[in-house]
Design a protein around this ligand. Structure first.
Ligand SMILES: Cc1cc2nc3c(=O)[nH]c(=O)nc-3n(C[C@H](O)[C@H](O)[C@H](O)COP(=O)(O)OP(=O)(O)OC[C@H]3O[C@@H](n4cnc5c(N)ncnc54)[C@H](O)[C@@H]3O)c2cc1C
Length: 444
C-alpha cells in the first residue's frame, strides 16, 4: 500500500489527492498544511464577495473527506521550526509539494517601502483573515489609493476598496476588516497599467463587475485608449471584449457618485513620493507602444496623489529549504511533475500547482497540472512502494514536535466561525488570528 504526503491543501494539493485516490484503489494520502484551515488561496485569496468561486471549497471538501485522504493541519514543512524535507521523505513513499507561490513581485522603484505602500498580497491576506496578516492601518487617513497592475487581483483589491458595508456584511469577511472598509473616507481608486488596455490581464467578467458597484463611477480616459494602436478587430476575443467595455465607459456621461474608480493606461511607476512621513503620491512616466508589443518611456511624468499604494504585479514562489529552486522562474525545477535535483528526477519527490508552473491560470488549471504529476508518481510507484515507512506518520510528526490539527479540528473551527457570525447577526465570520483558530480547533 502506497502512502503519499501532499504538502499544501490548496486547489493543487486537493486535486492531487483526488486524482491519486481515483487512480489507485489502495493509496493513502495525508494532506499536510501549515495552517489549521484547508483550501489555500480559495480560502485566503479569492475575494469574499465572490461567493460563487468561494463555494468551490465544497468540492475540495469532499476530497479531504474521502476515506483514504486525511487532512493534517498546522504542519509546516521546511523552514525554521518546520519538519525538515528530508525527514518527511522518510515518513512516506512519496511526497508531492503543492505549496503555492507565497510572495509578490516588487516594483523596484524608490519609495516602495514607505508607510502606506503595500503589496496586494498583504491587503488580500488582511481582508481574507489570514492568521499571519496584521491590521496595518491600510485605510487610515486614505482618500485616494493607487493600485499598480491590471490583472484580476488588481481588480479584486480595487473592488474591495470601494465596497460598502451592505455588500460586505453577507460575506465571511472578518468583522474588523468590515468595520475599517465600511468607515473608510476613500473616494478615488486609480488602477494603473504600464501598457495599453489590449495588454491588460484582467478578464472581461471581472472588469465588467467594476461598472455595477453601488455609488461608484468608473472613469476611463478616451485619449489614453486612443494611444493603443491595436485594431480591436484583430485582437483575440478576451482583450477585444475588454477594450469594448472600456470604450463604453470612456463615452458614458459622468454620474453623481460617492466613489470613483479611474482606470489608467500607459503609465509606469518610477517613484513613490513621501509627504508627512508616508506615501503621498506615485510618480508615473507616460509610456507609448514601442511597436513590438512593449512600451517605451517618453520622459513626461504625472503624479497621482495617494495615501495608499497597492502593488499587484504578480506572485512568486519562495524556496522551501531542502528542495531545489529556480530563482529565475520562482518554481521548483521538475520534469512532468518529478522534482529535479541537479537535473535528475529525485525518487519520490513531486510538485504540482503554482510552485510547479508559476502563478498563472485559474483554480481549474491546477486540475490537469495535478493529473500530470500523479501520472508520473503512479508510474514510479512500483519502485517507491518497496521502501519501509511508518504505519502511521502522525506519531513521527508528534515526535518531531508537531501536533497536527485533524479534520475534526477544522470542523470545530467552522463551527466557531458560524457561532461568531450568529453572535454578530451575520452568517459565517472568519476567525483571523492563530490563537482563535487553534483554540477553536482544540475544542473537543
Ligand atoms: C488574491 C488571489 C485571488 C484569486 N482569485 C481567484 C479567483 O477568483 N478565481 C480563480 O479561478 N483563481 C483565483 N486565483 C488563483 C488561484 O487561487 C490559484 O490558481 C490556486 O490557489 C493555486 O493553487 P495552489 O494549490 O498551487 O496554491 P495555494 O492555493 O496557494 O495553496 C498552497 C497551500 O500550501 C500551504 N503551504 C505553503 N507552504 C507550506 C509549507 N512550507 N508547509 C505546509 N504547507 C504549506 C499554504 O498554507 C496553502 O494552503 C486567485 C489568486 C490570488 C493570489
Amino acid at each position: 500500500m502506497l502512502r503519499v504526503a501532499v504538502v499544501g491543501s490548496g486547489p493543487s494539493g486537493c486535486y492531487t489527492a483526488q486524482t491519486l485516490v481515483q487512480r489507485d484503489p489502495a493509496v493513502h494520502v495525508d494532506v499536510l498544511d501549515r495552517l489549521p484551515c484547508p483550501y489555500g488561496l480559495v480560502r485566503y485569496g479569492v475575494a469574499p464577495d465572490h461567493e460563487k468561486i468561494k463555494s468551490l471549497q465544497g468540492s475540495l471538501r469532499t476530497v479531504l473527506e474521502h476515506e483514504r485522504v486525511r487532512f493534517l493541519g498546522g504542519v509546516r514543512v521546511g523552514g525554521s521550526g518546520g519538519l525538515p524535507v528530508e525527514r518527511l521523505r522518510e515518513l512516506y513513499h512519496a511526497v508531492v509539494y503543492c505549496v503555492g507561490a507565497a510572495t509578490d513581485r516588487r516594483l523596484g522603484v524608490p519609495g516602495e517601502d514607505l508607510p502606506g505602500s503595500w503589496s496586494a498580497t498583504e491587503f488580500v491576506s488582511w481582508y481574507s483573515a489570514h492568521p499571519d496578516a496584521a491590521d496595518a492601518g491600510f485605510l487610515r487617513g486614505v482618500r485616494s489609493a493607487v493600485v499598480v497592475g491590471v490583472g484580476n487581483v488588481a481588480v479584486d483589491v480595487t473592488r474591495m476598496l470601494v465596497r460598502g458595508a451592505a455588500e460586505l456584511r453577507p460575506t465571511d469577511i472578518p468583522q474588523a476588516a468590515l468595520d475599517v472598509l465600511a468607515a473608510s473616507g476613500l473616494t478615488d481608486v486609480h488602477m494603473v497599467g504600464r501598457r495599453g488596455p489590449a495588454q491588460a490581464r484582467f478578464t472581461t467578467k471581472e472588469l465588467r463587475e467594476l461598472g455595477g458597484l453601488p455609488g461608484t463611477e468608473v472613469v476611463v480616459d478616451k485619449e489614453e485608449l486612443a494611444l493603443d494602436p491595436a485594431d480591436p478587430g484583430t485582437l483575440p476575443a478576451g482583450p477585444r471584449r475588454n477594450v469594448e467595455v472600456l470604450r463604453g465607459w470612456a463615452t458614458q456621461p459622468s454620474a453623481a457618485a460617492v466613489r470613483r474608480i479611474r482606470l489608467r493606461f500607459f503609465l509606469r511607476p518610477v517613484e513613490l513620493l513621501e509627504g508627512a512621513g508616508r506615501v503621498s503620491a506615485v510618480r508615473f512616466e507616460r509610456t507609448v507602444p514601442d511597436g513590438r508589443g512593449g512600451v517605451t518611456g517618453t520622459g513626461r511624468y504625472e503624479d497621482i496623489p495617494a495615501q495608499l499604494v497597492l502593488r499587484s504585479v504578480g506572485y512568486r514562489g519562495v524556496p522551501l529549504e531542502g528542495l531545489p529552486f529556480d530563482p529565475a522562474s520562482g518554481t521548483v525545477p521538475h520534469l512532468e511533475g518529478r522534482v529535479l535535483r541537479d537535473g535528475t528526477p529525485s525518487p519520490g519527490e513531486y510538485v504540482a500547482g503554482w510552485i510547479k508552473r508559476g502563478p498563472t491560470g485559474v483554480i481549474g488549471t491546477n486540475r490537469p497540472c495535478a493529473k500530470e504529476t500523479v501520472i508520473s508518481l503512479l508510474a514510479d510507484a512500483p519502485a517507491l512502494g518497496h521502501t519501509d515507512v511508518p504505519a502511521d506518520p502522525v506519531a513521527a510528526l508528534r515526535a518531531a514536535g508537531t501536533e497536527p490539527v485533524p479534520w475534526n479540528g477544522w470542523l470545530a473551527i467552522e463551527r466557531a466561525e458560524a457561532e461568531l457570525g450568529a453572535r454578530l447577526g451575520r452568517s459565517v465570520v472568519k476567525l483571523s488570528d492563530w490563537d482563535a483558530l487553534l483554540g477553536a480547533a482544540r475544542v473537543p
